[in-house]
Design a protein around this ligand. Structure first.
Ligand SMILES: *[C@@H]1O[C@H](CO)[C@@H](O)[C@H](O)[C@H]1NC(C)=O
Length: 181
């Protein structure tokens, strides 16, 4: 079992945070246009800024052999409006996190246990792939799209594994898009 902690830093600015010191999510109140309502400051305690939900391993008995345990504002009210979130990723051997993007957010991966292959694709179609062993950090720049035509330089087995598209289809797409391998 491999454990990775992923921190996601949003580049978006939050209007709530600029007016108040903090806006701890009040899950009991209705949402406003900017998201969660803020808990009344007099009701906020130090416990609102602490979270223990990432101590529990996720269930990897699924098609991706991986589990993402979020510590986002929906779970961890103290993070609301801070522009930061975290997640615990558990991967069984052969587990994958499918290709995805974080629009407007940078990501920092930290490998707690085991090793993974991590990568991203730049807007200029360059592929950055790295094997990360235990205790390595990996920074992923913001707004990097993993569009199908940008996947043409990824090795076919990796695309098959991360998209669940079968190899024949990947090779056919690469043929059309000018890729190889
Ligand atoms: C993990 O998920 C599988 C499939 O949904 C389920 O059968 C199994 O009981 C779960 N294991 C635990 C420990 O929750």
């Amino acid at each position: 079992m491999i454990l990775i902690i992923s921190l996601i830093f949003s580049l978006l600015s939050f209007s709530n945070a600029s007016v108040l010191d903090f806006c701890v999510a009040d899950y009991a109140a209705p949402n406003g246009p900017a998201g969660y309502s803020c808990k009344k400051p007099t009701k906020v305690t130090a416990d609102d800024f602490a979270y223990s939900g990432l101590g529990i391993s996720g269930n990897t008995s699924n098609i991706i052999k991986a589990a993402v345990t979020p510590a986002f504002d929906a779970q961890f009210g103290g993070l609301n409006g801070l522009g930061i979130s975290a997640a615990r990723l558990d991967l069984a051997p052969g587990g994958v996190i499918p290709l995805h993007t974080h629009a407007g957010a940078s990501e920092l991966l930290y490998v707690v246990e085991g090793s993974i292959h991590a990568g991203f694709i730049s807007s200029a179609n360059a592929v950055y792939l790295k094997t990360l062993n235990k205790e390595r950090y990996y920074g992923i720049p913001p707004r990097l799209a993993a569009l199908p035509n940008q996947c043409s330089k990824f090795p076919t087995p990796l695309i098959v594994q991360t998209t669940f598209i079968d190899a024949a289809v990947v090779k056919k797409l690469k043929g059309v898009l000018g890729g190889s391998g």
